[in-house]
Every structure is written in structure tokens, then in C-alpha cells.
Design a protein around this ligand. Structure first.
Ligand SMILES: [Zn+2]
Length: 335
């Protein structure tokens, strides 16, 4: 009996060593990414030297999440925070930073990187007031969907990692070089595939796809939200359906995390497809990393646009019974 106990103790001791030693022997840089696209980028650049935690999943609205205790615990131990910035996380990141008590990741520190500082933001409003809804006052923060914006963020992330972990500088720089080569090759492929989408008019639930549209030359016909962050009601959606007769859209774009009720309602009445795009890494089963995020986005757009019988010069005729009456859309939430 004692013999067995000794054996168990030896096995437990061995297991303890196996579990604990690799972690303590090579402490990794702890990276906290606010959204999946930056978590994926940190993986590309940091490789084996980083331990990444992503605060939101592709199924969550990055504009509004809760700074829950488990997230605060992660922030407390982080060496580097990578956020989108441009007020995307304004509803929760300041609370998280304050509650973390972690001086390393506060604004102005090497451990605080805002991707928005590396790119040129589009759609910066002239003036902002509360009547405009939950408007992005610093400009559109959804810039990761123009793939040209990924490379400058990758370069900035590389330099931050090198500052925080100087021993890894060679690794980070060679990972960046490899990533840049692969990304530039992919850009050629994506832009060739995306060329046939140029000029396609589209509606979107929220203004999530402004940069994607700018990159591909898609033409915006507006948002289903009456104002940013405000759920559309039936009267507003009916007006959008009616407007299809004079300025039709070929597609309605929805990010995987967004509710599909409004999009489906308009899609059925206007007889155009509602296309769910991953929006970020993990938004669809296919979008496993930054490369497949764009591969899948383009594949879904091409498939949907290819199925639409659409001529840019002829408006889409209204469906048999007209646009549908007010009050049919029952989201339960009217602005
Ligand atoms: Zn937004």
C-alpha cells in the first residue's frame, strides 16, 4: 500500500515538473488583443514567443462588451495591449485599463498599441452630437477590412514586441518579413478576384464594411440602422425597401455577430441576398486566420453577387405584393 502511495507521489511530482517547467523556463510575452483580428496578427508576428488572449470573439459586438472579472485578470498580467482605437472600444476599454491597475499597458506606454494610429481613418465626421446616434467621432474604426491597413499595424506591432522582449527581436522581424511577403502575394490574388465586384451596390446593417467597400470599389446604398448603434424599426426598413425601386442594391452585408432579423426582412422584400461575412477571424468556420478571413470574405461576396440577376442600369422591380406594409417587421425595438 505504502509502495503504491510512493509511486503515485513520484508520478505526481513528475507531472508537476512537466507542467510547470516549460512555462517558467521560457516566460512568454503576454499579449491582450481587444478583437480577433489583432489577436491573429499578434500570432503571426509573435509566434512561439507570445501568449495571446483575445477579449472579444467574432460573435460579439466589439463596440460593446463587458469588462468582466476574468478579462480584468488578463489585463492585470498583460505585457502588451493591442487595441483598434478610434473609439471602437470606448465603451469598455477605459474601464478595463483602470480596473487592471497594470501600468505597463496604459496609454503612452510601450505596452499600449492602438492600431488606428498606424492608418488613415475614413469618414471622420465634421461635427458630432448626440442626435447622430452612437457615431464614430474619430472616424470609421473598422479599417481592418482594407487589407492594405494590416501591414502598417503589423510593422508597429513588431517594433513594440521588440521593445518589450528585446531577446526576440530577430524572431519578430523575420516573422514580419515572412508575413509581409505572404500578405503581398495574397493581395494580388484578392484584388484579381475582387475586380469583378467593382461597382456592386450594397446595403449594410451597420457601417461595418466601409473600408472593404472602398478597397473593392463597392457602392454603398446606406445602412439598415437609421443611426449608428440604433436598431431599425419597420417604418425605416419599409423606406429602404421602397428606395430599392429607384436606387437598388444587389446585396445586403451583415457581420457574423450582427442580428439578421432586419437584413432578412429587407432581403425578402427587395429580393436580394443577405450575405453574412465573417467580419473578423472566427466569424465563419472558414475564416481561421487573417488570410482566410479575406479569402472567405471574397468567396462569399463573389458567390452572392454571381447569383444576383442584376443590371446596374435597371432598377429591381418590386415583388408581387409591393414592399410590405408598415408594422410587419417586429423586432420589438423601435428607435
Ligand atoms: Zn462601428
Amino acid at each position: 500500500m505504502q509502495h503504491i502511495q510512493h509511486k503515485i507521489q513520484r508520478v505526481l511530482a513528475l507531472l508537476f515538473c512537466l507542467c510547470v517547467l516549460p512555462v517558467t523556463a521560457s516566460a512568454k510575452v503576454s499579449v491582450l488583443a481587444t478583437v480577433p483580428e489583432w489577436g491573429a496578427l499578434a500570432q503571426e508576428i509573435g509566434g512561439e514567443r507570445v501568449d495571446i488572449f483575445t477579449a472579444t470573439s467574432a460573435r460579439q459586438d466589439p463596440h460593446r462588451i463587458e469588462a468582466r472579472p476574468s478579462l480584468i485578470a488578463r489585463a492585470r498580467n498583460a505585457d502588451l495591449l493591442i487595441a483598434t482605437g478610434a473609439e471602437l472600444e470606448i465603451g469598455w476599454l477605459p474601464v478595463l485599463l483602470r480596473e487592471s491597475g497594470n501600468t505597463r499597458i496604459q496609454p503612452g506606454q510601450p505596452g499600449h498599441l492602438e492600431a488606428a494610429g498606424e492608418v488613415v481613418l475614413r469618414d471622420v465626421p465634421q461635427a458630432v452630437d448626440r442626435s447622430m446616434g452612437d457615431v464614430h467621432a474619430a472616424g470609421d474604426p473598422h479599417f481592418h477590412l482594407d487589407p492594405h491597413n494590416i501591414l502598417p499595424v503589423a510593422a508597429a506591432l513588431t517594433e513594440r514586441l521588440a521593445r518589450i522582449d528585446p531577446a526576440g527581436v530577430e524572431t519578430y522581424r523575420s516573422n514580419l518579413a515572412r508575413f509581409r511577403t505572404r500578405w503581398q502575394e495574397a493581395l494580388v490574388r484578392w484584388e484579381a478576384a475582387g475586380a469583378k465586384l467593382k461597382g456592386t451596390p450594397f446595403l449594410q446593417v451597420h457601417r461595418s464594411f466601409g473600408y472593404l467597400a472602398h478597397w473593392l470599389g463597392l457602392v454603398s446604398r446606406g445602412e439598415l440602422e437609421p443611426k449608428p448603434g440604433i436598431e431599425p424599426g419597420s417604418a425605416h426598413l419599409s423606406r429602404i425597401v421602397t428606395a430599392q425601386q429607384t436606387s437598388p442594391a444587389a446585396l445586403i452585408l451583415r457581420a457574423a455577430y450582427q442580428d439578421e432579423t432586419a437584413g432578412r426582412w429587407v432581403a425578402e422584400r427587395a429580393q436580394i441576398p443577405l450575405v453574412t461575412l465573417p467580419f473578423t477571424v472566427g466569424g465563419t468556420p472558414e475564416a481561421k486566420d487573417l488570410f482566410s478571413l479575406f479569402d472567405d470574405t471574397l468567396a462569399r461576396l463573389e458567390k452572392a453577387a454571381g447569383n444576383v440577376e442584376y443590371s446596374k442600369n435597371s432598377p429591381i422591380p418590386p415583388r408581387g405584393g409591393g414592399a410590405g406594409g408598415e408594422g410587419v417587421f417586429t423586432s420589438g425595438r423601435t428607435p
